[in-house]
Design a binder for this molecule. Structure first.
Ligand SMILES: C[S@@+](CC[C@H](N)C(=O)[O-])C[C@H]1O[C@@H](n2cnc3c(N)ncnc32)[C@H](O)[C@@H]1O
Length: 278
């Protein structure tokens, strides 16, 4: 792969929350693809060829006078981004049993030791939504189950499902870089997962799943949940995240219209992960 040029925005945010979460959500909506949070705010990245100056005009939180948000912008080569990430990436623990770490961290004493080199892909477990999805997966029985991870990023959710005994796991991401990164992480963790580049258009009723995992965002979920529901087996389960507590009603409404019933949710910092059952 050639060395892509990224635009890096380093935001300083006061007070940090909820402004940082809102800022990340809004930047994600316009196409920023990766975020590194720190004690003063967040660094956000977008490929130079995807970036247009006008995008920043639609980030409403920057105009909100309840918060003070300043930023610096610079161009950065992908390999330098990786170095930034390595310096900032600490291993994380999800419950007592699961950790997500980089290859250069010491091996921890846990049942599920997930090793991820995310490069530019979302999914290290540091974000609330990934953390909660991992928690939901830990609490669920995956033995022998067929699983689809939609919007797989690094592949972290699919990898945990496979480690928990899922028999047939597929991962799909729309982003070419995420696709390559998930393939690498699958090999690194020695699990069997078929990874595809694409979106909901890859789904069809010839392939049915016991569980669908989708940590994407509110609008894509509202659009795509009917297609996920069509490829869920009877009694199938849908785990979703990537949206706020305030959005549960809208997501549940679309799920209900597809025959999926709310079972439970967990939340962290206003973000939620929700379990629906057929
Ligand atoms: C919030 S990240 C989640 C990554 C990982 N599953 C996790 O839980 O950390 C969302 C991912 O969905 C992908 N994505 C965005 N829109 C998509 C779509 N319409 N279909 C499939 N993947 C999509 C993005 O490229 C990104 O990797």
């Amino acid at each position: 792969m050639e060395n892509t040029i990224y635009i890096e925005y380093s935001f300083t945010v006061l007070p940090l929350q909820p402004a940082t979460d809102i800022l990340i959500a809004e930047l994600g909506e316009v196409g920023f693809e990766s975020f590194v949070e720190n004690e003063t705010g967040v660094q956000a990245y977008i490929q130079k060829e995807e970036f247009e100056e006008g995008m920043m005009g639609s980030i409403d939180i920057l105009k909100n006078t309840d918060f003070t948000i300043s930023f610096e912008k610079k161009e950065i080569e992908q390999e330098n981004w990786n170095a930034t990430w390595e310096a900032n990436f600490n291993p994380i623990l999800v419950g007592e049993e699961c950790s997500v770490r980089a290859p250069f961290h010491e091996k921890p004493q846990v049942t599920y030791d997930i090793v991820i080199e995310p490069k530019m892909s979302f999914g290290t477990g540091h974000h609330e939504t990934t953390h909660m999805m991992l928690q939901m997966i830990i609490d669920h029985d995956f033995e022998g189950k067929s699983v689809l991870d939609m919007g797989s990023g690094t592949g972290v959710l699919a990898i945990l499902a496979a480690m928990k005994g899922a028999a047939n796991v597929e991962a799909i991401d729309i982003d070419n870089w995420c696709y390559h990164n998930a393939v690498e992480n699958v090999e690194r963790n020695k699990v069997q997962i078929s990874v595809f580049e694409g979106d909901v258009s890859l789904l069809n009723s010839d392939k049915m799943y016991d569980v669908v995992l989708a940590n994407i965002n509110r609008n894509i979920l509202i659009n795509d949940i009917p297609a996920y529901a069509k490829c869920l087996k009877p009694n199938g389960i849908l785990f979703v995240s990537g949206f706020y507590e305030d959005d549960i009603f809208a997501i549940s409404e679309i799920c209900n219209s597809c025959g999926l019933k709310f079972e439970k949710n967990i939340s962290r910092n206003n973000w939620v992960a929700v379990k629906y059952v057929f």
